[in-house]
Write a protein that binds this ligand. Structure first.
Ligand code: CO
Length: 485
């Protein structure tokens, strides 16, 4: 019998990190443990739900929370913090009236029961999932709608952005763009690859490839039978790789106003995942579809080509619980849920066979790597992880896995700290893959405030801890730009 390790956290502490943060801030960070490296120059942008309630009425799931941007700029050993809500149409309307006016994808309903929600299919673009600086624009992303553009200096919301006509009003643009650092189709220049999903009885996957200046280089599409829930994807020099998880979708409770759209997705445990490989080379026609039992995947770490084999590293959940309309995320029992674990899939394009290997069994999420190796063979992956080696728990540590030797390093913030996604920043003139820093935002329950923590990516030693004056609710994704704002 497996022994359940002692809890590394308390529920009360974990829940406090989900309190709303309605305040916006702008101040130099003065409470610093350690030293901010003077070579660390640039801006870290983060996105995530800032509000977990509307005027005191709790939303049903953090994924339904209004997007709040944090910007931490580093300059000559100093740091400055700024935060602002994305002033979406929905945010402004709900703040003005103090009422929930929209249904959330993950179950938030307007007050008044099903009669007040029936056939209301209007969703709020909450712009809360990721934020990127690309093509000279700062863009807050949410996968079911167009991006919102913000001023990178002030974080003032400038409005919906259609990428200079690449998107039409109503078009989606996913929250997981991948940047090919040296695109072979464009003379080795960097290129942003992103997708959009058009749901229906069949699902259309649209792929956009944009130049560094934000111009459209390639746009192509593929239609796959059935419903698809696709949050993330992976790229190699020659392929875009999508996992079509084994799910079914019954929209009736959503249409009747009983459930959010996201609550109508049913995971089919034990059924195979379809792996869809779309060629990036025009004419993009030789699409391959392989199958594997992978559980449920939100996030991929990276993919790369080895001859006619593609390696793909992904975080897999053996099962996914049904979102229960009668219970809230606050009541989640971690011990009854399957942890996310890092797997490697080897896709043999000659035999169509897929081989799976468990790389890291510790509960983990938010994989990241040195961005220079996106789509290439790489050695190190960094993730948020649980403090204990076994069981499911909130993320309280950063883990570094050496994919060549299998060595692991762990930097834990338990029992009072809860981590978010790490971001890797290379040192100037770095020659080794892991010669850089990792930055993550840690919710520190002891202070009920968040710390911006800088780790040395080589040994996971703490370089500096920057104490913010307030907490930031647990975030989703973010990105780094060497531009100083
Ligand atoms: Co994500």
């Amino acid at each position: 019998m497996q022994t359940i390790p002692e809890r590394s956290y308390s529920r009360e502490d974990w829940l406090k990190g989900y309190q709303s943060q309605p305040q916006e801030y702008d101040y130099p960070i003065t409470s610093i443990q350690g030293t901010i490296p003077s070579e660390l120059q640039g801006t870290l942008f983060r996105n995530g739900p800032g509000l977990l309630d509307i005027n005191g009425i709790p939303i049903r799931h953090p994924f339904d929370g209004d997007g709040m941007i944090s910007a931490i700029s580093f300059n000559n050993g100093t740091a400055h913090f700024r935060s602002a809500f994305v002033k979406t149409e929905g945010y402004l309307a709900e703040q003005k009236t103090g009422k929930i006016l929209y249904r959330g994808v993950f179950g938030t309903q307007k007050p008044g029961g099903w009669l007040n929600n029936i056939f209301d299919l209007k969703l709020k673009n909450i712009a809360n999932t990721n934020i990127i600086y690309w093509g000279g624009k700062l863009l807050a992303l949410w996968e079911a709608a167009s991006p919102y553009r913000l001023d990178p200096r002030t974080l003032e919301t400038l409005g919906l952005d259609y990428l200079d006509g690449i998107l039409q009003p109503g078009d989606a643009f996913a929250a997981h763009p991948r940047i090919d650092p040296r695109c072979e189709l464009d003379d080795g220049k960097p290129c942003l690859v992103n997708f959009a999903i058009k749901p229906g009885l069949s699902t259309k996957i649209l792929v956009y490839e944009l130049s560094f200046e934000g111009k459209l280089l390639r746009r192509y599409e593929h239609i796959t039978p059935g419903f698809a829930f696709i949050h993330d994807f992976a790229i190699t020099p020659n392929y875009c790789i999508f996992f079509q998880n084994a799910v079914t979708y019954n929209p009736v409770p959503f249409l009747l106003g009983l459930k959010g759209a996201g609550e109508c997705v049913n995971f089919q445990a034990g059924k195979p995942t379809k792996i869809i490989l779309i060629p990036r080379q025009p004419p993009h026609l030789d699409v391959r579809v392989l199958e594997v039992n992978a559980g449920f995947v939100f996030h991929h770490a990276n993919a790369f080509e080895e001859g006619n084999t593609i390696c793909l590293d992904s975080i897999c959940y053996q099962s996914l619980p049904q979102i229960d309309p009668s219970s809230s995320y606050q009541g989640v029992d971690f011990d009854t849920l399957d942890p996310g674990q890092l797997w490697r899939f080897r896709l043999d394009l000659t035999t169509q066979q897929v081989n799976s290997e468990l790389l890291e069994s510790r509960c983990c999420e938010f994989p990241t790597l040195n961005s220079d190796l996106v789509g290439r063979s790489y050695r190190y992956v960094y993730m948020g992880a649980a403090h204990n080696q076994t069981g499911n728990a909130p993320l309280q540590a950063i883990v570094k896995v050496d994919l060549v030797t299998g060595d692991r390093l762990l930097c834990s913030f338990a029992p009072k700290g809860f981590v978010g996604e790490p971001i890797f920043i290379p040192k100037p003139k770095a020659t080794r893959e892991d010669d850089g820093w990792l930055i993550t935002i840690v919710y520190n329950a002891k202070r009920h405030a968040s710390d911006v923590v800088i780790l040395d990516a080589t040994n996971l030693a703490t370089v500096a801890g920057l104490e913010l004056k307030h907490h930031i609710p647990y975030g989703l994704h973010g990105s780094w730009t060497p531009r100083l704002f």
